[in-house]
Design a protein around this ligand. Structure first.
Ligand code: J2J
Length: 544
């Protein structure tokens, strides 16, 4: 594997190959196979643009050749920050074919995060839209370029400004045809990087290999019964693991179906797309499901084609779950997942109460699960503990993160998820909470440590900060910062402005600030976040 990645032990890898989980295919080659099988069918719809499988395949080849002509080589990293537009798919496959590795940035990321991602991965190129949701990514690219020496190229989808045009790159015919096999890469090697929604101040990079991801999309597609009639609507950002491959975009392409890209999760837009394209399956977070349930009451759109709504990424409350089928006329599938790997799904033939109240079962028979106490001892069946996992599509280590890996994995390679779960007698998993210091704001993961660091650095009066989740009916959780002050309490908008100016993504900015004299401490002398959450509940009048 690429230097800085942690491979599976050889015997384990051999067992995964032997069992047929890993088939030695690269993602770049898979698109070629899909194009051969489904050539003239519609693969991708974005706005009023439609691409057949053959067109997408040829586009990826032209981009691979274009990137190669600009000196991008096998093994090099390219930060990709594109919204839900067809270019995202074409660029990724172009890079897969070269054996270069896309790093999936979130479109919400700003100077701070992008600078980190480019620096941490030694990215040689950065791919952006021109303007997205009023924000000029070309200016961001300029700023990042001056601070990251490895960055040689910026490619822009749309008006390139001072950078290079992605369109031009892909309009020149391939000077040397890209090899058909092995199409640029080793199947056992990393194909791309997802970001951790983890606890560290800045996101860690998760290497996903061709083999492991190809297996994930195959297993997920089978459970979801995808086929040539599948029309998948990508509602959440395409760079989320959930959207990209659970089974999502890649699963749908593997089955010969059609992927429709929504610009936003807004029900006006999405319901119109469901009606127009006869969408059959989509995936979203509970916050979006909430919005859709409200909108479905007055919407006159025909949603009858929709047969499955997958919901995951944050806790789905049974009261909301219950409303899905009556309001939207489709089946609910609960999904628990993580960019690191492990996925659990409820199954289509599960009894309703299990679908409403559990997060289902792992998607692979080779997923290994342990539920442990604070001493890493297995809890008794049915009891709550931390979820540890390893398996054929779960990472063995973050990229270039030896020290962190020593804490995040057990010695025998189990990933410590930081989630608290229990298993029912039927074998379904129920998420009970988490021990990691992360706020899940409408599905977006906010590292408390990161925001705390910025708060004390951004404002002279903030001596100490501790960030905790604030329960919210729609978002699930919001970001509340407790601060110990020297001086006047700062107003929320001022703090948000200061953090924004530091180049922090919008979804991480505190929604509320609470002043406190001293932080409660645990027996070990750490800030007691549970006590702070209880204090918050009391101040908000929501404690029981
Ligand atoms: C409660 N918490 C959940 C759920 C994830 C599919 C679906 C989601 C993600 C994802 C993903 C949850 N109920 N149903 O990558 O492919 C929380 C857990 C988990 C963390 C991972 C996918 N589903 N979570 O959300 O990497 O805390 O992936 O460890 O962003 O989200 O976050 P992330």
């Amino acid at each position: 594997m690429l230097d800085g990645c942690v491979p599976w032990p050889e015997a384990t890898a051999a067992a995964y190959r032997e069992a047929g989980f890993w088939r030695g295919e690269t993602l770049g080659k898979l698109l070629r196979d899909w194009a051969r099988a489904y050539g003239s069918r519609t693969a991708l719809v974005g706005g009023d643009r439609r691409f057949t499988y053959a067109e997408l395949d040829a586009w990826a080849d032209r981009l691979a050749a274009g990137f190669a002509s600009r000196g991008i080589r096998r093994g090099e990293r390219v930060v990709v920050q594109l919204p839900n537009i067809p270019e995202f798919v074409a660029v990724c496959f172009g890079l897969f074919r070269l054996g270069a590795l896309p790093v999936f940035a979130l479109t919400a990321h700003r100077r701070h995060e992008i600078g980190h991602l480019c620096g941490y991965s030694d990215a040689v190129a950065y791919v952006v839209p021109d303007i997205h949701q009023g924000f000029d990514h070309r200016e961001l690219a300029q700023a990042v370029r001056t601070s990251v020496p490895s960055l040689r190229e910026v490619f822009v989808a749309g008006d390139p400004g001072p950078h290079s045009s992605l369109d031009e790159l892909s309009s020149t015919p391939a000077p040397t045809p890209v090899q058909d096999a092995p199409l640029g890469a080793d199947p056992g090697d990393a194909a791309f990087f997802l970001l951790s929604g983890g606890t560290t101040a800045l996101p860690k990079l998760i290497p996903r290999t061709h083999d492991d991801y190809a297996y994930q999309i195959r297993a997920a597609s089978e459970i979801c019964e995808l086929d040539g009639d599948t029309v998948y609507l990508a509602v959440l950002p395409i760079e989320f693991n959930f959207t990209w491959g659970c089974p999502g975009v890649l699963g749908t392409l593997s089955a010969g179906g059609t992927v429709v890209l929504a610009k936003t999760p807004n029900p006006d837009e999405c319901f119109a797309l469901i009606e127009r394209e006869r969408v059959t399956i989509t995936s979203c977070v509970p916050t979006v499901a909430h919005m859709w349930l409200d909108a479905a009451r007055w919407s006159e759109r025909d949603l009858s084609s929709l047969s499955v709504l997958q919901i995951g990424s944050a806790k789905l409350h049974p009261e909301v779950a219950e409303r899905i089928t009556p309001a939207l006329g489709c089946r609910l599938q609960q999904v628990f997942g993580m960019a690191e790997g492990l996925l659990t799904f409820t199954r289509y033939d599960d009894p309703l109460d299990r679908v409403l109240t559990t997060q289902g079962r792992p998607i692979s028979p080779a997923d290994e699960i342990r539920v442990v106490d604070t001493e890493d001892r297995p809890v008794r069946p049915g009891e709550t503990g931390e979820l540890l996992t390893r398996g054929p599509y779960t990472l063995r280590g973050y990229y270039r993160a030896e020290e962190h890996n020593a804490r995040a994995f057990t010695e025998d390679g189990f990933y410590r998820t930081g989630d608290l779960v229990r298993f029912t007698d039927d074998g379904d998993m129920v998420v009970q909470g988490r021990i990691k210091d992360v706020i899940i704001r409408g599905g977006d993961k906010v590292s408390a440590t990161e925001v705390e660091g910025h708060l004390t650095a951004a404002h002279d009066g903030i001596q100490q900060a501790a960030v905790v989740p604030m329960p919210d009916a729609v978002m699930g959780e919001r970001v509340c910062a407790f601060v110990v002050l020297d001086g006047e309490p700062p107003a929320v908008p001022e703090v948000r402005r200061l953090l924004r100016a530091r180049g922090l993504a919008e979804f991480k900015l505190p929604d509320r600030i609470e002043v406190i004299d001293v932080f409660p401490l645990t027996g070990l002398g750490k800030v007691d976040k549970r006590a702070l959450a209880a204090e918050l509940a009391q101040r908000l009048g929501t404690s029981d």
